[in-house]
Structure formats: structure tokens, C-alpha cells
Design a protein. Sequence first.
Length: 272
Amino acid sequence: MATSHPFLLDSLLALTALHLAFLNPNDKRPWMEVALKYQNQACSVFSRVLVELSPENCGPAFLCAVFILLCATAYPCVAGDTHPFDPLAQVLETRRLLVGCAFLYHHLNRHPGQLKEWLRFPNDVKREENITSQGTWNAKLVPLRSALLDSLRQVAAIMKDASEPHRAAYQDTWEFLHDTISLWPLGGPRGGIISWPVHIGEDYIALLKQGDWIARILFLHYGVGMHLLSDKWYVSDWGRRLVAAVLQPLQEIPSIWTETIAWIRQAVDLDG
């Protein structure tokens, strides 16, 4: 498929170059330059493909969008970027990329073509088997999944006392987090925890911008959720970096959230 669609091949080569940079940390700069070159080429052609979307190029376009998203996620981690960043701005940029993926996925479901078999999802029994057979690294993350679900349930109890319309914004965000973390290590039909930015509403984003504490706590739980993907090279320490960026500027933490924040820091090894 990639050889028939150059924009898809370019995005695949960009991701491959980033992976080689990850595998060769002492000589990563040339590979990162190659990755940027192919990423720019892919994005340039991809924007034109979207204007002329058809059943024939919908599948390749969807895969290209996914590879572009993975490159955007992987680049700062592979680069070892330690500069402070705005976590909300980063998530909103990811949201913009995910909107394109969701748009193409919607079209792809109507015309799956060669990707038909890739759009099937395991049932719950197979999912539970998958969770317990992921190898030694994921075995370390399984307890984190359980602890994260427990923490979300504690947040839900506090959310009940929130006033409307805030409660609805919290609830929608909470439900997606809970559902996708329950499905881990599989992504599921909604895209898994990595797709969280595209599922949050404008009301929730507004609360985050206002510094609302429940919204912020849910945001931090998303960071811990991303840490569940830390065994994936293209995610790596993204969850830890997000949590650190959210917590760094905070002056005071309300007493109701002190234990939760302490657990979140420990969950992503921020104090290790």
C-alpha cells in the first residue's frame, strides 16, 4: 500500500527514522533530520490528498494521519527535550491531529478496503487474556492500571458534589478515561488513552484554562494513563513529562487533593 501512495511511504519513513534515532541515542541527530524531512514531505502531500478523498485513498490517508500523530508524540521524547512546555497547548495540538484521524476513520468504516481486518476488535475475554500475557514490562504496569482505576473512582465520588454544568463536563471526561484505561493494553474502537485529547469537550477545555481543580486532576490522570504506554518507544516518558509540566507551576494544592497528587507523582516515578 505504501509503495502505491508516496505520502504514506514518506510518513512511514519518518516514523522509521525516529525509531532509528531512538535506538541510536548517541548518533540520533542525523536520523532526526531525516525524520523531519520525510514528515514535511508527507504533510505537504497529505493536505492535498484530503481535498480529494476517495474510497481508494481513504485507507492510506488514515494510516498516514496515524503515523503523523505518532511522529508528533515521539519527537520530543526521542529528542530528549527537557525545556518547559505548556501541557494544555501540547494536548490541543495533539487534539488537532486526532481530529483528522477521527474524520478519516469515520470514512474508512464505510469503505474499509484493504484495512477491513485491521478494524476488528477482540472481545472482552481475549482482552483480559491479553492484559495478563504482555510480558515482564507490562506485568509491572498492570498494578498501575488497577491503582489508576481506583483513583478515578475516588475522583468520581468528589465529582458528585460539583455543580452543574461543570459536572457534565467532568463526567464525560471521566467516563472516557475510565473506559480506555479499563481496556488497556488494547486500544479499542475509540482509540485508547492516546486518543483522549479528541474526546474532551470544549466545556472541559475551558475549565482547564480557568485552573479548575477537578478538571486539572482529571488531566493529571490522563498523564498517568499515558504512563501506561511508557513501554512503547514512541510514548516513552511522555506521561511523566506531562504530569511534571502540570505540577511545576502550582503554588498551593487544596488539602482535598494532597494525597491524590502525591499518588500521581509516585505513579509516574516523578520523585524517583
